[in-house]
Write a new protein. Structure first.
Length: 154
């Protein structure tokens, strides 16, 4: 099923192609519109690997309202959700390390500077946040990699 925003599918394909996320055990990559997100993420995290990647629907700001051919600045967030107990005994790919892989330059296999094509400009890494939280009584670590790019509409 295609994502709500085309940039989600483009990022999903790019992340899935990285060896870190696909070998030897693939990390499940979920887009925000994939049905019951909480259940999908918890199932992925509780699986063999103990980690999932969640690509959220981007938010956007019109750069120059009133002009035809609007240009939007998109704010993109990618969550890396880890159950440390399962992950460290399974695939042993900590969310912090996975977050750093995504924030790395395109030359290093990351998303910073990657140009998805079409109406989208290059992604620019903006930083990351980290939280430890409880989802359905699961002790999870969640890192959020943040990116910006522009999209021309119309």
């Amino acid at each position: 099923m295609p994502a709500l925003s085309p940039i989600q599918d483009l990022i999903k394909t790019r992340v899935a192609a990285q060896t870190y996320f696909s070998s030897p055990t693939a990390v499940e990559i979920v887009t925000e519109d994939d049905g019951d997100i909480e259940t999908r993420v918890l199932s992925a995290v509780a699986g063999l690997g103990g980690m999932a990647v969640l690509i959220l629907v981007p938010t956007g700001d019109n750069v120059d309202p009133g002009k035809s051919g609007a240009v939007y600045t998109l704010n993109i967030e990618v969550h890396l959700v880890e159950s440390p107990i399962i992950n460290r005994a399974g695939m042993n790919k900590p969310a912090y390390e996975a977050c750093r892989k995504l924030l790395a330059s395109v030359a290093q296999g990351g998303l910073d500077g990657w140009e998805p094509g079409g109406a989208f400009t290059k992604l620019e890494a903006q930083g990351y946040d980290a939280t430890a939280g409880e989802v359905n009584s699961q002790g999870l670590i969640i890192y959020t990699a943040k990116f910006k790019c522009s999209e021309t509409i119309g």
